[in-house]
Ligand binder design. Structure first.
Ligand code: NI
Length: 196
């Protein structure tokens, strides 16, 4: 296994649509996925797409189990819940994924990306989606996802089409350094508490 170098916004590999994987069961794909998972964990990301490690193929890894992605394990959509429990969770690998919204409903949420270190933005995403993909043993699988998990999948699958989250934003005033945004949100929360 090896840690891979992560491409940052501005590198052409992040703006280029990735190619389909012709054989998901190949040793090359298995090795790529192992390295991507190690790289994602090391960098503290929730997900990683192959173009982010300079490989223009349609492969995504996500640090949440498929059951949780599908909302089948009974846990909520609380984003803060994610990191503490990651160590016991199985990563989900999506080869040649497709995303289909289940309705036109969208919601806004804060996103960050390993290819835009230190930045964050408020991004609208479909609230519920159906995801189709191939597994590493070549099966075709699909599941439904909602909320934060649907957001993560849409963010990662956008990488496969050469799209970064700022391109999905509708108000670039809500884009900036994560540290500043966090500080502003805390100040806002304090001001609201003082008003009560
Ligand atoms: Ni990203």
């Amino acid at each position: 296994m090896a840690l891979l170098k992560i491409a940052r916004m501005g590198h052409p590999v992040l703006a280029t649509p990735a190619k389909r994987v012709s054989n998901p069961t190949s040793r090359t794909v298995a090795r790529l996925v192992e390295d991507m998972i190690e790289t994602m964990k090391d960098a503290g990301g929730v997900g990683l797409a192959a173009p982010q490690v300079h490989v223009p193929r349609r492969v995504v890894v996500i640090r949440i189990s498929a059951a949780r992605l599908a909302g089948e394990d009974g846990r909520g959509d609380d984003m803060d819940e994610g990191d503490d429990t990651v160590s016991e969770e199985v990563s989900t690998v999506l080869v040649n994924p497709t995303v289909e919204p289940l309705s036109a409903a969208q919601e806004e949420g804060w996103e960050a990306c390993l290819s835009l270190p230190g930045m964050a933005g408020l991004v609208p995403r479909f609230t519920a989606i159906r995801v189709g993909y191939q597994t590493l043993d070549g099966r075709d699988v699909s599941f439904e996802a909602a909320g934060f998990y649907a957001r993560v999948i849409q963010h990662e699958c956008d990488h496969l089409d050469g799209i970064l989250y700022p391109q999905r934003m509708t108000d670039l005033r809500r884009f900036g350094f994560a540290e500043e945004i966090q500080r502003a949100r805390e100040a806002e929360a304090l001001a609201e508490a003082a008003d009560d």
